[in-house]
Design a protein. Structure first.
Length: 134
């Protein structure tokens, strides 16, 4: 535990070099995918420490991919990005419902809502780019 938040530590052998990854499960598995892309070669899981939910999830992903760590990591990261994209789309949809009509029949969004929608759309675009790069 680090500051009350669960963290994960994972040791892997990538192209003959031992590497340690540390952080949240998403951050660790993103790093594994990036490192495997950049180094190439065989990736072998040496050991990992995490909370119970994270351990179970990683083991399940590994079973589904026949112990292929890179593919398991890619699947988990893709899943996490899809959830993030859905969350952002839902927030944008909810904010668009706040549209009002003034006395002249002109539709408008309350102050600050349009700016928030634009910020969320920018975040959504970034998440979609990350998904495309996997």
């Amino acid at each position: 535990r680090l500051n009350g938040r669960l963290k994960m530590e994972l040791w892997a052998k990538i192209g003959g070099e031992k590497v340690k990854f540390q952080g949240s499960m998403l951050k660790v598995l993103e790093s594994v995918v990036e490192k495997a892309k950049e180094k190439g070669g065989e990736v072998q899981l040496l050991s990992f420490h995490a909370g119970q939910k994270e351990r179970r999830r990683l083991k399940r992903e590994l079973r589904c991919t026949d112990k292929n760590l890179v593919e398991a990591a890619r699947n988990y990261v893709r899943w996490a990005y899809q959830i993030e994209a859905r969350k952002l789309k839902r927030q944008i949809k909810e904010l668009k419902k706040k549209e009002r009509v003034n006395s002249k029949g002109i539709r408008f969004l309350p102050k600050g809502v349009q700016k928030r929608i634009e910020e969320l759309q920018k975040q959504l675009q970034e998440v979609n780019e990350k998904l495309a790069n996997l």
